[in-house]
Design a protein around this ligand. Structure first.
Ligand code: SF4
Ligand code: SF4
Length: 670
């Protein structure tokens, strides 16, 4: 127990430390408040539960790097316990009590403290060795990636401070317990402390009491010293990570972008040129970032040597905020544009919109949204974007398709019985053909195969024909939100007139845009991807698959079918029903690797890097030894068909859409 003087001193220091911490947190909160939009606080119980569940289970951390995740789990679980332990230590310092008593609850409490202290120390030593001794390449960045001038100095210093704080705090508390055991005799509920306490056998009672006392001060003093620095350190993710999960928007899908309000005449800025133009949740991301680089590992642009690293985007934001915290909190305009310190223009245009960075991030960060907002600024405010996109924009605006084709959207259906909504109002699904299905030769084959399969299953369907127009997906992903807005409004008007019972699509981008983004503008429809629908037909016995089919198949999960819309099983079930044994690629399902077409990449030259995204993914498919690469997206199809013909590839699996494999199995013309 502390002396009266010590009690007063600790109280004064604690108040001072908490005051400084409160000021730091208030500054951080003010910086976050500078952002656009709002933090979400509705449905509090559900949000609190989500934040707690993610923190306690660490399930988002365990998505990758199992060893590092386990070590991180040790530290997190230990620190969750330490909130209780520190409270207990303070109470024991002030009152002559045994916190939680000397019964079974107190015993379990001491056991947990003993074991978790050792696990935290093991975990922290692992992370310190990994960063400072082994210098794990996963913690580094390609040379062409934009780094804030404070990198690597700040990251190294911060990691050292955080590591030292944890080791000193936990280490001294653990040692304090060893002195307690030496004073009171072996404690079977503290096996590790008991084992170490033997070291103090030569010390007399007074020396042990002094040692325990000094270690109490060191353990709790490090907290008082660290708390004011806490919001500036990466250790802040201990709070900011759960709070990020707590306050993040509930999107209809992982990558559903927020609309811009073009009716707001007072609005001068569209998209993000500066930090304060980002949304609050995007600024929050910078504070929550754990600097683990997992998003970077998953990013197809980074992996293929482009200038884009989603993790440095977050870290650069964080370091810029740290450099100007006071001024930003006071409402001063940030000194530099995002393109000066956070990311290069080439990196902005390298993003495929695949969502892998969002899916993998353990603290719920969404770097892709920052990139899309920067694109919006470049396109809508600055008119500065890759010139190749101009053609796609013009095509969407004038011809209703990015291919800039002026002919009828029904040419693909010549020779087939394809009714339009003008011909019939008796249909169970409206087939939304999409621009690719309408105009791109390889995708037209997919559309034709689907029609034959629908007829074989006796499905009543219709198409919009020339009333159909591009969904605007490419415009939205490329930052041209105004064009997207116009196209979405027109399509919704058309669809609302038709009032389709269900919309069937062969393109995951149409699936996502119509199903997950049109509701923002009043278009609410039941949209189904053809692989899901085919599976339903098979399950319902409407499609009877007979005869021989392809057996040795691998399946590529299109980003906008899988990660963005959560459909992983239906295509696999459908392939299985068609007799195919699916050999999975290493990166599969929610960790699938993009084909390279998304995020409007299809309409522009690939940014400079060390490899092409489509060749990288196709090589992964080839490595499985499969004879067929199945997919469910006309854009993936085009990218892989091109990859297969690339000289460097020297052949490889034939690329087929799932519906083509089903059609073959039905003996239909493909
Ligand atoms: S969306 Fe995909 S390409 Fe874009 S930053 Fe994230 S991981 Fe990289
Ligand atoms: S954004 Fe997420 S995944 Fe990327 S470095 Fe930060 S915490 Fe890690």
């Amino acid at each position: 127990m502390l002396t009266l003087i010590e009690k007063i001193l600790f109280f004064v220091l604690a108040v001072g430390s908490l005051y400084l911490a409160w000021r730091s947190f208030r500054q951080a909160a003010r910086v976050i408040q500078r952002g656009d939009g709002r933090l979400y606080m509705d449905e509090l119980p559900r949000r609190i539960w989500r934040a707690l569940e993610v923190t306690v289970t660490q399930r988002t951390v365990f998505r990758a790097r199992p060893w590092s995740s386990l070590m991180h789990g040790f530290v997190v679980w230990g620190f969750l316990f330490y909130f209780l332990a520190n409270t207990g230590d303070v109470l024991e310092g002030y009152f002559d009590i045994a916190f939680l008593g000397t019964g079974i609850i107190g015993d379990v409490y001491r056991l947990a403290g003993d074991v978790l202290s050792v696990l935290i120390i093991i975990g922290m030593i692992y992370f310190m060795v990994r960063r400072f001794v082994v210098r794990d390449p996963a913690l580094k960045y390609h040379e062409n990636v934009k780094l804030h001038p404070r990198i690597p100095g700040d990251i190294q210093r911060d990691s050292l401070i955080v590591g030292a704080f944890i080791l000193v705090h936990v280490g001294t508390r653990f040692l304090g317990e060893t002195f307690w055991v030496a004073l009171h005799g072996d404690d079977t509920w503290q096996p590790f402390a008991s084992a170490v306490s033997g070291l103090w056998g030569g010390l007399d009672h007074d020396a042990l009491e002094v040692g325990e006392h000094v270690l109490w001060w060191l353990a709790l003093g490090t907290i008082l010293a660290f708390i004011p620095y806490f919001p500036y350190s990466k250790h802040a993710h201990l709070f900011m990570g759960p709070l990020n999960y707590f306050s993040r928007p509930d999107r209809r899908s992982l990558g559903a972008l927020d609309p811009l309000d073009f009716e707001d005449e007072a609005r001068e800025q569209f998209g993000a040129a500066k930090l304060e133009h980002l949304s609050k949740t995007q600024i929050f991301d910078a504070f929550a970032c754990i600097m683990c680089n997992r998003c970077q590992d998953a990013c197809p642009a980074y992996v293929t040597g482009k200038e884009l690293s989603p993790s440095t985007l977050e870290i650069n934001k964080r370091l810029e905020i740290k450099a100007h915290m006071g001024a930003l909190a006071a409402g001063t305009e940030s000194p530099s544009p995002l393109l000066d310190f956070a990311i290069t223009p080439s990196a902005v245009w390298a993003c495929t919109g695949c969502g892998a960075c969002i899916e993998i991030c353990p603290v719920g960060n969404e770097p892709m949204f920052d990139i899309m907002d920067i694109r919006r600024d470049l396109v809508l405010t600055q008119g500065d974007f890759p010139s190749e996109l101009q053609g796609a924009f013009r095509g969407m605006e004038n011809a209703g398709n990015p291919w800039q084709v002026g002919e009828s959207r029904m040419k693909w259906a010549e020779g087939l019985d394809v009714p339009t909504v003008e011909d019939t109002d008796n249909f169970e699904v409206l087939y939304w053909v999409g621009c690719a299905g309408s105009f791109e030769p390889r995708a037209q084959k997919i559309a034709r195969a689907l029609v034959r399969v629908l007829n074989a299953a006796g499905v009543k369907f219709a198409v919009l024909g020339d009333a159909e127009s591009c969904t605007g997906d490419t415009a939205r992903r490329a930052g041209n939100e105004y064009l997207f807005y116009e196209m979405a409004k027109a399509n919704i008007e058309t669809l609302n007139e038709v009032h389709p019972p269900r919309i069937l699509v062969t393109c995951p981008h149409c699936l996502h845009t119509i199903g997950k983004e049109y509701p923002q503008f009043g278009g609410n429809y039941d949209v189904v991807h053809h692989t899901t629908f085919l599976n339903e037909l098979i399950q319902a016995g409407r499609l009877k698959l007979v005869g021989e089919g392809r057996t040795n198949v691998t399946f590529h999960d299109p980003c906008y079918l899988g990660r963005h819309n959560g459909e992983y099983d239906a295509p696999r079930y459908a392939l299985g029903a068609a007799g195919a044994a699916v050999t999975e690629m290493e990166r599969t399902r929610n960790s699938s690797f993009c084909c390279g077409a998304g995020g409007a990449q299809f309409w522009k030259e690939e940014e400079h890097g060390t490899a092409r995204v489509n060749l990288t993914r196709y090589a992964e498919a080839k490595a499985t030894g499969a004879e067929t690469l199945a997919t469910g997206c006309p854009f993936c199809m085009r990218m892989f068909a091109d990859a297969r013909q690339d000289e460097s590839m020297n052949g490889g699996p034939e690329v087929k859409d799932v519906v083509e494999i089903i059609a073959e199995r039905l003996g239909l013309e493909v």
